[in-house]
Design a protein around this ligand. Sequence first.
Ligand SMILES: C[S@@+](CC[C@H](N)C(=O)[O-])C[C@H]1O[C@@H](n2cnc3c(N)ncnc32)[C@H](O)[C@@H]1O
Length: 312
Amino acid sequence: MVKLFKSLADVTRLRLVAILAQGEFTVSELTDILAMGQSRISRHLKILLDAGIVTVQRQGTWSYFRLDGKNNYFQQLCPTILEYLATDGVYPADQQGITRILDERQRKSRDFFDHHAREWDRLAKEMIAADRYQGALLEQLGQVETVVDVGVGTGSLLGDLSLRARQVIGIDHSPSMLNEARTRVENKQLVNVDLRLGEMTHLPVADHSADALILNMVLHHAPHPPTVFNELRRVLRPGGKVLIAELERHQLEWFRDRLADQWLGFTRQELTDWLQLAGYRLVNLKLMKNSNKLPAVQVLTAELIDQEEYNQ
Ligand SMILES: C[S@@+](CC[C@H](N)C(=O)[O-])C[C@H]1O[C@@H](n2cnc3c(N)ncnc32)[C@H](O)[C@@H]1O
């Protein structure tokens, strides 16, 4: 406990705690947010690591720092620290820095898809073997009233979704990807599909209006994935479900370079922790191994926990 309090007895380290409470960042991003030298930030991070407040995980050649969710004692203290820091003079500048970094992650992803929309279907086949796992995802859907395909891309699932739902809403933040999806909808004459421009953290969908949400290879583009689940909860009807297809954590750096992936997949633990925290129960998980040196794909289905049960 002494080590923990000693490590917190410094304003920069408290600021780091407040920043990491809002996402995972690299040293270089933290340097940008705090406007301090890299060696100074690294020294402070080392102290927080040694005290068990922060953990680090490698993704390819990058290392991301985050608060250690398993440090229960610190978790209890954290709200008090954040409350205190919100009154500090540097707080607005730190918040602006965080927003700048998260916006930049979002912009990178959108630019990539705007430039590669025409060739996306080929890339998806070659690099994530999309045709091999999509059946498993659709199997989990069943027949529903309204389904929302979040990050719909060129709409590879729209034909199948259109047969399984009365209403299909496809959302994407890349206008070029949406144009490709629109062409597909017109060619296939899918009359129950509605395409909308929007962000996965601010979905242009009414509260509690969807029975199912699909995130097919989308979460690894989110600037801060855990926050996405809160927005999904807003649009889901009670008892609604979320279907996710995501890469298993891998170390193939070229996914970042050639596909603009923000995260090199996720561990099963990460996904289930985020779901649980946001009020979902995992009901199905399938791991689809890939033979040709590509990362395995996790297909997850989670359902919304009853609000009363969630509040307890
Ligand atoms: C890897 S593609 C997958 C497309 C489609 N789901 C599929 O599997 O064919 C990721 C898609 O998510 C979209 N996307 C990424 N970040 C997004 C965000 N923050 N909000 C909305 N769409 C986003 C991209 O524009 C892109 O179309």
